[in-house]
Write a protein that binds this ligand. Sequence first.
Ligand code: SAM
Length: 294
Amino acid sequence: MMKDIATPSRTKDILARHRFSFKKSLGQNFLIDPNILQRITETAGLTKETGVIEIGPGIGALTEHLARSAGKVVAFEIDQRLLPILDETLAPYNNVKVINEDVLKADVKTVVEQEFAEFDRLMVVANLPYYVTTPIIMKLLEDKIPVNGFVVMLQKEVGDRISAEPSSKEYGSLSIAVQYYTEASIAFIVPKTVFMPPPNVDSAIIKLDVRDKPAVSVEDEDFFFTVTRTSFAQRRKTILNNLVNGLPDGKEKKEHITSALEEAGIEPSRRGETLSLAEFASLSKTLLKKGIGK
Ligand code: SAM
């Protein structure tokens, strides 16, 4: 069998032969350690019955490992210069399809319907481009792409925020947005040395298990997310002040907001970062009841 793409020598050889130069603006940090790739595919629990969506295959380092373990891989790559390289490196695998599109603009739902109809289990597995990690994850969750889970590499700092518990300094509207749809945990931390070129920040693999239904039930999702974002607008301020200053009709309705907080059993002097998802859900319910957000 040929040497893995993700070895320093083979990666260097591929890049040199194709005269490829990294584009920092596209978050191009390629993996050069087969052990890390092995751990990523193990964490994703891949079998031949699993379909995989990859974002940003690069020169195919992770794609190759996914193709070996999963039934089928569809990879979105924005950089056209990588297409001839992927044609060459992935030639031994007949279960991979590369789509030359910006994943943020792509119609992923239709791709899933067309490409994965016969798969019962679908995972997103990727070493994400760091300049757009949050928009990519949020797009796939908000568009309700029917995936079972995500195993993705991202900046450790973003992984900490996504998986944070209430009352920690990392907890915020991103933790709530992701935990609303998934059970989130950090699988393992990754050293900078496994990338070419090494990124400036520490990295982590996070695991998101998509819930059958959201963690809490809310009447109006958009308003629930508005309330959570507004509650964290100024972290040092009380939840009451943030809501009064941040909700569109907050200032005129201060008394209603106070009573909505009380009705939800939330002391108005608390800070947003102490509220659980369940508390934010009941707060958005009592706010709506008082005519706020309608
Ligand atoms: N998977 C490869 C690896 O692990 O070695 C490369 C990962 S690299 C961190 C991120 C990849 O995402 C690059 O190949 C980059 O060109 C691609 N990319 C960046 N922005 C993208 C976007 N909006 N849509 C699709 N691919 C993107």
